[in-house]
Design a protein around this ligand. Structure first.
Ligand code: ZN
Length: 1071
């Protein structure tokens, strides 16, 4: 019996703002569903709140590079794992460009001409930006216009949308407004933009109290196209007149034939069913609703699947007309474009509106604070807002207590043996009233009380004794490093600033303030130096956590029957609905179902499609983005150098060949990597080692990387140690990497056991939340060796390995420990080593002597690296992984190189087109799944189809099987083809910060992708023709005819499928 306990308290005011956390919003489409194995580009090795184990997920990295070998990168994805890393989150320091911006400004009379008045303006040193706050006189709309030299331009419009029930109105509306508008009267302009623009960011989010529509692009013309489509969508959407959009995105009854059963369908409905199948999500929501029973945070803006069907079209329309008004909007522009043009574009829209009462009605009410933990509610006087310094202290405190494996609260909880993994996100500060939450999962029933006591006693102890000086220094350095670096990965910097500014602005506070931190930071450092850290942190722990009566304690108990019970309850209510209907009603419903499907499946007329503005092929650069690379040699070891401006940071990767490792040791590699960073040496405890890393560097991580190599049977398989440091700390960086690799001892049995149970808990989470990734890995493991390796380190096989390992650690620790040592011995050698560095020229040259010293310390190997015999694949055959869930993940894949197909750049255009048209329409729009997509790993040749939070199973497989025919019969005009090509180039040229460029170049080097090949592929992409699509239709037939299917699905659906198609799936139970 397992349970989770979480303690939460809400303190009265905002903490230092940072990125939103995923718990607090729903987005229009999941980037993880678009590229299932994409990996966060964020480089935060010690990030408590990462949803996926960085160690195991990195082994899946190859897939991302598989999809885009032209820019082979982990960083190009639009992935969102930015949830709360404490440090980069605090931070928008300098835009890392070399030149200070030459900022143009808008004269007052020009602003007035467009209907705006300037409210205030400031130069914000922290982000080298000039920021001007305008007000639109007629409507009261507020605009932040931020100018600097960042080419990655960002626009966003945010409405305050507090719901008062859990029907999911804001979320359904967020989906629906992007389904056609006045100027763009097609089914889904959003999808047209996904297909045919150079966007670096395109999505929409629903928070508990606001809805946010951001876009980004580096191409100015493209950027303004995106802005116009979004503005038209939010102010003049078709969905408020067209009931069928509401049905499609929200909910509707589906009845194909009067004799069949009625079911619920709808994109948001299914998305939320998936959300409600994940225990961690349930926990987060329960806690939020318990803390805020009386205000808007007490209901679910995303929608509770049980309540969504209560929503009517009238309520939906009213919500739009009430809240989607300029007076209730906050608008953000950021980047190097002309600030006058921004106002001109906005005035075209805003001038059409008058003032409204929306801003008053949308005001977020505060939850009255509890006077005692949980039950009694009393009036409580509101405090004055916190000053920035207090907010900053809370940010630091969060990092100090929970930010790294060495942080005391985190460490004590995990070492207590009371549970497997930490739950609760620490400080959550994006809503009006921030919260602090912490807890454990996998707690046995009799220990629940103990967890609560341990949390409180640890906090009390920290308040009484304070933190170690080294720990404080490490947190300070870590946070400052990320302030200077401001590495937002593939997430546009301007968007991270916007989200921070909005977190106050949305509550009518100063939008500039969250962008500035320099002064409070300096003041805090000075105060800490003067008074000591205890004087700074202890009062805050006492006031905001220990003595805070507004606290709830939540226990969650697993209920294996719950999913089935919910299913049954839903079926029962649908049966009642059907029983109440007359024959005519049923015939009418079947007709309406048919009509909706017909509408969904009818392509937009060409003139509607043409209304969406697009670039032309002439706007597209002919050459691939070049990353400088110099291949040299130090002490006989290959060294790649990328000379790029990095604001004085050196990024380094030290790569070791894993090919000599014995096959049976492979599943142990992720835990080996974790042990290196979290075990300690003879001289240093792991806490000290972590503090040293925090004090001297910007972070170190170690993880495996595996991929197929095109044209080769043998996979490319490495372990990569990645680190970064300021130029003056490069020697420390290499010393610490050496210490981690060579000196760490694998002797701490208890810690290792914790790693195993934490990994197990994470894998179980992945199985529920990212079943598509699990299915994809499983199919790959059946099709090639690289896939097999990755599955051993991050799939169902890995979970099974961990289950067995848990016992082995108790019974044969000596054996486990010596296996870890064996991995190290076979890895660490000069022969199998490669170094990759990214920095400016001077810093690259300066670093060489430290590299040389580092290499001298490596064991020189006996001979050349001898490849071990790896010849493993999972047995072929269709497979269903059965888990308790209400939604499925369905995959099918085959190796198309086996058919004799030769890689051509057109394949990128075609697979993107299949995802955005055929699969989007059939699997998502009419199938009701949250996502459907395909992925072509050009290294291995595996072409796979996948769905995400899918109500169907066999029906989805039929859609996949229809892809060949879809392509063969495809007709498309010149415009559509150009858009498909431009969209593909947008992926290939995705925006990268310098560290990501250097890293991509390394991966290309490892995978043998040359500049000539990149050029050739780009030419092939640009010259893709309809003929290529049709020919590919023949190639892809192999997936239908010879493909293997893997589904992660509910027992009911698997049973039904196996009855329907005589035992199509081999059944495997996983949870
Ligand atoms: Zn959604």
């Amino acid at each position: 019996m397992e349970a989770s306990v979480v303690l939460r308290s809400s303190n009265k005011l905002l903490l230092f703002p940072r990125y939103y956390s995923p718990r607090n919003f729903f987005r229009l489409f999941s980037s993880s569903s678009k590229s299932p194995r994409s990996l966060s580009s964020s480089f935060t090795p010690r990030n408590l709140h990462r949803p996926i184990n960085p160690l195991t997920s990195c082994s899946l990295l190859r897939r991302r590079s598989g999809f885009l070998p032209l820019s082979a990168t982990s960083s190009s994805s639009s992935s969102f794992h930015f949830n709360k890393h404490h440090f980069s989150s605090l931070s928008p320091h300098a835009i890392a460009t070399q030149y200070s911006p030459d900022v143009s400004s808008v004269p007052d009379e020009v602003a007035a001409k467009y209907g705006f008045e300037k409210v205030s303006e400031e130069f914000i040193g922290e982000c080298k930006s000039k920021a001007v706050l305008f007000k639109h006189k007629q409507t009261g709309a507020e605009v932040m216009s931020v100018s600097n030299d960042d080419e990655n331009k960002v626009f966003g419009i945010v409405f305050r949308t507090p719901p008062n029930d859990s029907t999911g109105i804001p979320h359904i509306l967020e989906h629906s407004v992007l389904c056609g508008s006045r100027k763009y009267p097609l089914k889904e302009p959003f999808v047209e933009l996904l297909k045919g623009s150079l966007h670096t960011f395109l999505n929409a989010f629903t928070y508990p109290d606001r809805t946010c529509y951001p876009v980004a692009s580096t191409n100015t013309k493209d950027f303004y196209n995106l802005v116009d489509v979004y503005l038209d969508a939010v102010f003049f959407p078709k969905c408020v007149e067209d009931y069928r959009t509401f049905q499609q995105e929200g909910w509707h009854f589906e009845l194909n034939n009067p004799s069949e059963e009625i079911s619920y369908k709808g994109v948001v409905f299914n998305e939320m069913k998936g959300v409600y199948s994940q225990p961690d999500n349930i926990l987060g929501r329960t806690a939020q609703q318990a803390l805020f029973p009386d205000n808007t945070y007490g209901v679910d803006s995303g929608g509770d699947p049980k309540v969504i069907p209560e929503l009517t079209f009238e309520q939906f329309k009213d919500f739009h007309s009430k809240y989607y008004h300029p007076g209730n909007a906050r608008i953000w522009f950021y980047g190097d474009d002309d600030p006058t043009e921004r106002l001109r574009i906005l005035s075209e829209y805003l001038d059409m509106f008058d003032a409204s009462s929306a801003p008053k009605e949308s005001k977020i009410e505060r939850q009255t604070l509890f006077s005692e933990p949980v039950r009694i509610v009393e009036k409580y006087p509101a405090d004055k807002p916190l000053d920035l310094e207090t907010e900053l202290i809370l940010g630091f405190l969060d990092h100090l207590m929970l930010g790294t494996p060495a942080s005391p609260l985190r460490k004590i909880l995990l070492e207590s043996g009371l549970g497997d993994a930490i739950v609760g996100g620490g400080v959550e500060d994006e809503l009006l009233q921030p919260q602090f939450s912490i807890g454990l999962k996998g707690v046995s029933e009799e220990d629940i009380q103990k967890v609560e006591e341990l949390v409180m006693s640890t906090l009390k102890k920290l308040a009484e004794e304070g933190f170690e000086a080294d720990a404080v220094e490490a947190s300070m350095n870590t946070i400052e490093f990320s302030l200077r670096e401001n590495n937002t990965g593939s997430f546009p910097r301007g968007l991270s600033l916007m989200l921070r500014s909005i977190s106050k602005w949305i509550y009518d506070m100063d939008p500039f303030e969250p962008l500035k931190y320099e002064k409070p930071l300096m003041a805090l450092k000075a105060r800490t130096a003067e008074e000591g850290s205890k004087a700074v942190f202890s009062p805050v722990i006492e006031k905001f956590i220990l003595n805070n009566p507004h606290r709830v304690t939540i226990e969650m108990q697993p209920d294996p029957e719950k999913a089935s019970r919910d299913e049954a309850a839903e079926r029962e209510s649908l049966e009642k609905v059907k029983a109440r209907m007359t024959e005519e009603d049923l015939a009418e419903l079947a007709r309406a179902t048919q009509e909706l499907r017909l509408k969904q499946e009818t392509p937009d007329p060409p003139e509607a499609l043409r209304s969406v503005p697009s670039l032309s092929l002439l706007d597209i650069p002919k050459e691939p983005i070049l990353v400088p690379i110099e291949v040299g040699d130090i002490n006989g070891v290959k060294v790649l150098k990328h000379e790029l401006f990095t604001n004085d940071v050196l990024y380094a990767e030290i790569v070791f060949n894993m090919r000599s490792l014995k096959q049976e040791l492979l599943p142990l590699v992720p835990l080996f990597c974790q042990s290196l960073l979290e075990m300690g040496t003879e001289d240093l405890t792991f806490v000290q080692l972590n503090q040293l890393i925090g004090r001297k560097t910007g972070g170190i991580s170690v993880y495996p990387f595996t991929s197929s190599v095109r044209g080769r049977e043998d996979p490319c398989s490495h372990i990569i140690a990645r680190g970064k440091a300021m130029a003056g700390r490069v020697e420390d960086l290499f010393n610490l990497v050496n210490c981690v690799l060579q000196e760490v001892q694998f002797t701490d049995q208890q810690r290792f056991k914790q790693f195993v149970s934490q990994s197990k808990a994470r894998m179980e989470n992945r199985l529920r939340g990212s079943g598509h990734g699990i299915a994809a890995a499983r199919m790959d493991a059946k099709l090639n060796v690289a896939g097999w390796i990755s599955e051993q380190m991050g799939g169902v096989s890995y979970l099974e390995f961990l289950q067995a390992l848990e016992e082995r650690v108790d019974q044969d620790w000596a054996g486990v420990s010596s296996s870890l040592e064996e991995i190290r011995t076979s890895l660490l050698s000069k022969n199998g080593c490669l170094i990759n560095m990214t920095a400016d020229g001077k810093n690259l040259t300066n670093s060489e002597k430290y590299v040389s010293k580092f290499l001298d310390l490596l064991p020189s190997s006996k001979s050349s690296v001898e490849a071990a015999a790896w010849n493993a694949r999972l047995s072929p055959g269709n497979e269903a992984i059965v888990i308790p869930t209400q939604v499925n993940y369905v995959g099918k894949a085959a190796n198309i190189y086996d058919t004799g197909y030769q890689l051509n750049g057109s394949a990128y255009v075609i697979s993107k087109h299949i995802s955005n048209t055929w699969l989007w329409d059939r699997v998502r729009v009419s199938g009701g799944a949250y996502g459907g997509f395909c992925d072509f790993d050009t290294h291995s040749g595996v072409f796979s189809f996948l769905s995400y939070r899918d109500p169907n199973l066999l029906k989805t497989l039929d859609v996949y099987d229809g892809t060949g025919a879809f392509l063969r019969e495809l007709e498309m005009d010149h415009d559509t083809l150009s858009k498909a090509i431009i969209g593909t180039i947008g992926d290939v040229d995705s925006y990268q910060l310098p560290d990501a460029k250097g890293y991509s170049s390394l991966l290309r080097y490892l995978l043998g992708i040359t500049e000539e090949e990149r050029k050739k592929r780009r030419e092939e992409i640009l010259s893709t023709s309809l003929k290529d699509f049709k020919e590919f239709g023949e190639v892809i037939q192999a997936v239908k005819d010879k493909g293997v299917s893997v589904a992660v699905a509910s027992p009911e659906d698997v049973d039904a499928a196996n009855k329907d198609r005589s035992n199509y799936f081999n059944v495997k139970r996983a949870l």
